[in-house]
Design a protein around this ligand. Structure first.
Ligand SMILES: [Fe+2]
Length: 324
């Protein structure tokens, strides 16, 4: 069975993606993939540490149950809940969510999932249920290489200070992600307990919830020991929004900066130059690898080694995500 499954490397901009696919349509069932994952678990995990990204293609992965089976065979049954997550998603079942629900004509900047939080997933799995007619790629970018591509001034400042993230979450629908959606509970006591346990400063105001926590700018990978870029400062800062939206927010919140839905400072509370934040976004996009999704594709990422985003798209697109 093994020789009917091939491994190819797609390389763009210093990011490698291992593509594992079946060459034989009579040997592409879900059971074939499951057996391959079981027999090659150690080798695949080594590959993941090397490239940070593996794509499984051409196997019969048809729905969320199949997706869950792949995840559990490879990583076991431990679940990671998207608690404290800032992206609007729909929870489809335990630990399977839609990918970020964001206007399809806009790109989502590259990021390492939940790098602003003290609880981040080690791995992400994406499953393509419906591929977009046009666009909709998930750009991938090597978080080790980013350190070499960014201006040394930016890297040094982030290494020295880290990042302070602030959020002001609404209590009502229609004004961004609510605090109840963010924490997957409407019990304020549970949220306060979570904040205490995770060093998140907070206060309630008129039904809204302010949160502030510090995170790293750069961290060492726990297994390889390599330094990796690991923060979401550019994505949290409102200069990442359109000029009109950012201008409007400045008018609204100039005297009450804590009320920005999201904001990022250096860890010492000083402003990060907007030119730095824009360069971070630009360097990620221009150094990314883009592949075209096909129905049934599963991509596994090491969340510390590879940042991901989303390109604009046309037509329906359903990409689901699970974290562990
Ligand atoms: Fe994400």
């Amino acid at each position: 069975m093994q020789n009917k499954i091939s491994i190819e490397q797609l390389i763009q901009n210093d990011q490698e993606l291992s593509i594992i696919s079946s060459n034989d349509q009579s040997h592409n069932t879900l059971n074939v993939l499951v057996a391959y994952l079981q027999e090659n678990n150690a080798l695949l995990k080594e590959l993941l540490l090397k490239n940070g990204a593996i794509l499984f293609r051409g196997f019969e992965v048809n729905d969320n149950d199949d997706f869950r089976r792949v995840k559990e065979v490879f990583f076991g049954t431990s679940d990671f809940t998207y608690m404290d997550g800032n992206s609007p998603r729909t929870k489809l079942s335990s630990n399977i969510y839609t990918s970020t629900e964001y206007p399809q004509e806009l790109a989502i900047t590259l990021h390492n999932e939940l790098s602003y939080s003290s609880n981040w997933p080690k791995h992400l799995l994406f499953y393509c249920h419906i591929a977009a007619e046009e666009g909709g790629e998930t750009p991938l970018c090597n978080s080790r290489q980013i350190l070499k591509k960014l201006d040394v001034k930016i890297v040094d400042a982030f290494a020295q200070y880290g990042v302070k993230y602030t959020r002001f979450l609404s209590g009502s629908q229609g004004m961004g992600k609510t605090w109840a959606n963010t924490f997957e509970t409407s019990d304020q006591n549970v949220i306060e307990q979570y904040c205490h346990e995770n060093n998140i400063e907070f206060f309630w105001e008129n039904g809204g919830l302010y949160l502030s926590n510090n995170g790293p700018g750069i961290i060492d990978h726990p297994i390889t020991g390599e330094a990796v870029w690991f923060n979401q400062a550019n994505q949290f800062h409102p200069c990442s929004l359109s000029n009109d939206v950012y201008k409007g927010m400045k008018l609204l919140f100039s005297d009450q900066k804590y009320k920005y839905p999201q904001y990022a400072y250096y860890g010492n509370g000083e402003e990060i130059p907007e030119a730095y934040l824009k360069e971070i976004t630009e360097v990620h996009f221009s150094n990314s690898l883009k592949f075209k999704w096909q129905k049934g594709d599963i991509v596994i990422l090491d969340n510390l080694l590879v940042a991901h985003g989303r390109m604009p798209f046309k037509g329906p697109r359903k990409i689901y995500v699970s974290m562990c």
